[in-house]
Write a protein that binds this ligand. Structure first.
Ligand code: 2BA
Length: 107
């Protein structure tokens, strides 16, 4: 058995969750925050048999779009002189980790 941890954009999370449920996967959604942008995203936990991992990643990929976010960055030009300028950051579609599950119980 595997556990997929998928970090997805908030805007995609509803669609991707529906698609996963429709395909017969069990999903837990956690509201999370990206450490770099400090913006809300969604983390999905999906426990599944080994042979369905590729199918699950395919469903996630089909419903998560890449986006460009503009974030402020700053540069110093000497003591007390700082300037803020916008930089573009590409986010997503999805960041996916696949881990082995040693034991799975429902009690
Ligand atoms: P954030 O940490 O808010 O990162 C948002 C986007 O900012 C990233 O998109 C990446 O393009 C950029 N970024 C992140 N850290 C950076 C850095 N140190 N320098 C320059 N640019 C940086 P994604 O890579 O698509 O990641 C989307 C979200 O997925 C991340 O939000 C984070 O919540 C999660 N994530 C991505 N990689 C991860 C990892 N290795 N471990 C844990 N969480 C991860």
């Amino acid at each position: 058995m595997k556990l997929i941890t998928a970090i997805v954009n908030k805007e995609d999370s509803r669609n991707v969750t529906h698609a996963l449920i429709e395909a017969g996967f069990s999903v837990t959604r956690l509201s999370t925050t990206g450490g770099f942008l400090m913006a809300g995203n969604m983390t999905l936990l999906i426990g599944l048999p080994d042979e369905r991992v590729d199918e699950c990643i395919q469903v996630i990929g089909d419903h998560c779009k890449q986006r460009t976010e503009v974030v402020p960055s700053s540069a110093g030009f000497g003591v007390g002189m700082e300037h803020t300028y916008p930089v573009e950051v590409t986010v997503g579609g999805a960041t996916v980790f696949v881990t082995n599950v040693e034991r799975f119980e429902k009690l």
